[in-house]
Design a protein around this ligand. Structure first.
Ligand SMILES: [Zn+2]
Length: 239
């Protein structure tokens, strides 16, 4: 079971280092991946969505007031409530396993045994170090082990894991491992091509930098198969 994962951001100045060697400021800068699982508290789902929204609304109002904003202003007064709802119901809804897409598999009746590539899946996520957007394209592929998955489910799985505070390396691995689990095969590949607003809109303010991460499991670790996948990803679609 050969697997190769390339994690561009887990290297600092070209050498691998463990998390404990870094200060939190450096972790923020370099986006070191800690684990495939999103770090969650044991009591993460003790509060209902409504209770979470009330709490976030209260604290977001505190943040705005601390910044000196006048919350009696017409334009600002609804913001804490809007942000709370957006966090819980939209952009961080993928933290709740109850929102995980239900995946139905089908028998591979047509005996299609080549790779299937779903490319240019647009996603919007948020960086867990700065809580600003990460967005880009995901390209996923698998070779059927007797089961096939509905195409839209590939897209939905990407969206589910995008709707969490993320680092790109973990995002890549979570999609890949989930697909391997669901499809009962090692033969899965994922490429994430993304822009991080924490790099372009603040900090180093590099507007042209892109971050690429990839996962090649099973047959995709084979150079010929990997190259075929990369060719499909690069191929310009005709519509
Ligand atoms: Zn960031």
């Amino acid at each position: 079971m050969k697997q190769k994962e390339i994690m561009l951001n887990s290297l600092v100045n070209g050498k691998k280092i463990t998390l404990s060697e870094l200060s939190s400021e450096e972790i923020g800068k370099n986006h070191i991946m800690t684990s495939i699982d999103t770090p969650m508290k044991a009591d993460a789902f003790k509060l209902s969505d409504d209770e979470k929204m009330n709490k976030i609304e209260f604290h977001f109002r505190e943040i705005m007031e601390t910044l000196g904003l006048d919350l009696t202003d017409d334009s600002l007064k609804g913001t804490p409530e809007r942000v709370a709802k957006m966090y819980v119901k939209e952009i961080f809804s993928g933290l709740d396993p109850a929102n995980k897409p239900k995946i139905a598999l089908f028998e591979n009746r047509y005996q299609y045994n080549q790779m299937l590539v779903e490319k240019e899946i647009t996603f919007y996520s948020n960086c867990e170090h700065h809580f600003v957007p990460i967005f880009g394209k995901a390209h996923v592929a698998y070779i059927s082990n007797g089961k096939v998955i509905g195409l839209s489910k590939l897209n939905r799985l990407v969206q589910y894991y995008a709707k969490r505070p993320q680092v790109q390396e973990r995002f890549t691995m979570q999609i890949a491992k989930e697909l391997q689990n669901v499809l009962q095969t090692e033969d899965v590949a994922v490429i994430i091509d993304a822009k991080h607003l924490c790099v372009s809109s603040r900090g180093i303010q590099d507007n042209s930098a892109a971050t690429l991460t990839s996962f090649y499991g099973g047959k995709f670790a084979n150079e010929t198969t990997k190259q075929e996948f990369l060719r499909y990803v690069e191929m310009k679609t005709q519509y």
